[in-house]
Design a protein around this ligand. Structure first.
Ligand code: CMP
Length: 215
């Protein structure tokens, strides 16, 4: 990897926990993940919301250098990482000179817009339990399916920040889902045998939120 000419020119190594940039700062560079993982997060009212966890081949920090706006979120290395660090001028020259890079960028931005729409849908749900169940259902629908079900690869301890709820709120609903055998929990993620059951549980929570405990 280190012999890769692109890495020789633009490569830099970062330790786990290194903050690449913070929300609100001016942006001068974009980054491509070569090895490792970078977390994109926002902090609102004391609760951290993880917007994305980006691995090899994915890029970040392109928005503020393309639109000249402050960084929209904070980027932190979740592991020791090797990244390409590309300044704004070079990045723009790459986009202008290579249609394939431009098409990849557009496709990725479309994907992010779709994810942001899903996050809006999630944030419109009034209660924390519904938001956790909605997040798991959407993630399970996109996850690879094995014989035992869909595997959502989000570490359980990271789930509250992914949804933007408190750890106790996530635990409360996860216990109910476990008890009802709708999910099982593993150190590196969740197994969802039948996504429809999760969606039914979400409907049930929505009814409860609408009508209260009338029984
Ligand atoms: P920028 O605004 O420069 O700094 C924060 C970066 O996080 C942003 O560029 C994108 O690269 C990335 N980012 C922001 N929002 C999302 C999102 N919803 N999903 C994935 N990446 C994002």
């Amino acid at each position: 990897m280190a012999e890769d000419p692109l890495f020789q020119r633009f490569g830099r190594e970062f330790q786990k926990g290194a903050v690449l940039f913070r929300e609100g700062e001016a942006g001068k560079e974009m980054y491509v993940v070569h090895q490792g993982r970078v977390t994109i997060a926002k902090k609102v009212g004391g609760v951290e919301k993880i917007l994305a966890s980006l691995g090899p081949g994915e890029f970040l920090g392109e928005m503020s250098i393309l639109n000249n706006k402050p960084r929209s979120a904070t980027a932190t290395c979740a592991e020791d990482s090797k990244l390409l660090v590309i300044d704004a001028k070079t990045y723009e020259a790459m986009i202008r000179g290579n249609a394939e890079i431009a098409v990849r960028l557009i496709k990725k931005l479309a994907e992010r817009l779709q994810e942001a729409d899903e996050q809006i849908e999630n944030l419109l749900l009034a209660d924390a339990s519904s938001r956790v169940v909605h997040y798991l259902a959407r993630a399970a629908q996109k996850a690879p399916k094995g014989p035992a079900g869909s595997k959502v690869e989000v570490a359980p301890k990271e789930l509250p920040a992914r949804v933007g709820v408190k750890a106790e709120q996530a635990d409360e609903v996860l216990m109910k889902l476990l008890k009802a055998n709708i999910i099982s929990v593993h150190p590196d993620g969740f197994l969802v045998p039948d996504v429809d059951k999760l969606l039914h549980f979400l409907e049930f929570l929505q009814m409860k939120a609408q009508f209260g405990d009338v029984a």
